[in-house]
Design a protein around this ligand. Structure first.
Ligand code: ARG
Length: 363
């Protein structure tokens, strides 16, 4: 089948559902004719602002691995399809961080850049998240976030130089169409809200000088709507505490802090049967939730998030839509069986619009 035929099929499937959900059925036929005509003339078509906004929301609703989908309708969609220079891209990314952070009361937000044109990316973002910590493997040992080793090396090859603390914020890194190499821009410190980690009762926690950033803004996934590929469309929600307390700070391949925290807490880390890892995980996760709350930055615990997901399941059922989900990602990494999610199964069919992984431009 020809590329434009595939595009037309995807466009038609999207417009049918989108216009029906928006109560615009009476406009479906005229719009489909216009799209068909546009594809015949130009080889592609352009979404209206309404289609783009609702498509991005549908893509969130269809994200099988996301436990936070109850709030899909409240997504703040910023249409930046008009940008053409690197300065405009940089400023749009800065603005995303500022708007999404919202002084701590995080707004789920997506900024949508121009889609691929004949398979060619207009803007290519190299960051995994707009805000993330660098990582270095040095002769004296490991520094920072091991998940960032490769990207950090790429940044340093391009002339950026990190301070080599455990929490150096990586620069924005993106490539414009026609350019050989990406450009980088340091984030203004004033834009980046960070949260120092302390514990409500164990004061030694604060002495470790741990922190994490407030807003997770995934920047390397492709938003696909009606056959169009928005390869650059960074989006964010707020954190669920376990992402930081049970994974980022705890995984052996990340900050790997469980032993150190056990020692700071004064508990023995030698016997599996003591469940010391479990004990440390609980206290670390309490510290993360407590600290975000204390600093006025939105966060959700995994019990509340699971209850919200239950409401999402009911809401989808009432709307007459099939629920899809990925059980292996929906269960939280601590106390999974204490949530309803653990005790049922989910259909992991991929429905579009959706967000997809794409190949890393480096590697
Ligand atoms: N798990 C990733 C992290 O720890 C963030 C993924 C998106 N999370 C979210 N709550 N929207 O940085």
């Amino acid at each position: 089948m020809k590329h434009t035929e595939l595009l037309w099929d995807e466009a038609k499937a999207f417009i049918d559902v989108c216009y029906q959900e928006l109560g615009m059925e009476s406009e479906t036929n005229a719009r489909l004719h216009a799209i068909k005509d546009e594809i015949d003339r130009t080889g592609s078509y352009v979404h209206t602002a309404e289609e783009l906004e609702h498509g991005a929301k549908m893509a969130w609703r269809n994200s099988n691995r996301c436990i936070g989908r109850l709030f899909w309708q409240s997504l703040n969609v910023i249409d930046r399809r008009g940008v053409s220079t690197k300065e405009e891209v940089r400023d749009a990314l800065f603005e995303h961080i500022e708007i999404a952070t919202n002084g701590g009361k995080i707004k789920p937000t997506i900024t949508i850049f121009p889609p691929e044109k004949n398979g060619e990316k207009q803007v290519e973002i190299w960051n995994h998240q707009l805000i993330r910590y660098a990582g270095y493997e040095t002769e004296q040992g490991r520094i920072g976030d091991p998940a960032s080793y490769e990207l950090t090396a790429v940044c340093e090859k391009l002339g950026w130089r990190g301070k080599r603390t455990d929490f150096d914020i990586l620069p924005l890194l993106f490539r414009m169409k026609g350019d050989e190499q990406p450009v980088w821009y340091d984030l203004p410190q004033t834009l980046v809200k960070e949260v120092p980690i302390s514990h409500p009762d164990i004061k030694e926690f604060a002495d470790m000088n741990l922190k994490w950033y407030g807003v997770p803004i995934i920047a390397d996934m492709k938003l696909e709507i009606g056959g169009l590929s928005y390869n650059a469309a960074p989006f964010n929600g707020w954190y669920m505490g376990t992402e930081i307390g049970a994974r980022n700070l705890a995984d052996e391949k990340r900050y790997d802090l469980l032993r150190k925290i056990a020692s700071v807490m004064g508990i023995s880390a030698s016997l599996n049967t003591d469940l010391w890892k479990d004990q440390v995980l609980v206290e670390l996760n309490k510290a993360v939730l407590y600290s975000y709350k204390k600093h006025g930055v939105s966060i959700v615990d995994h019990h509340t998030a699971a209850n919200q997901f239950k409401r999402f399941e009911e809401q989808e059922q009432d709307a007459g839509r099939k629920l899809t989900g990925d059980w292996t990602w929906l269960i939280p990494p601590i106390s999974p069986a204490s949530t309803h999610i653990f005790h049922k199964s989910y259909d992991n069919t991929i429905v579009k619009p959706n967000y997809f992984y794409q190949d890393k431009p480096y590697q």
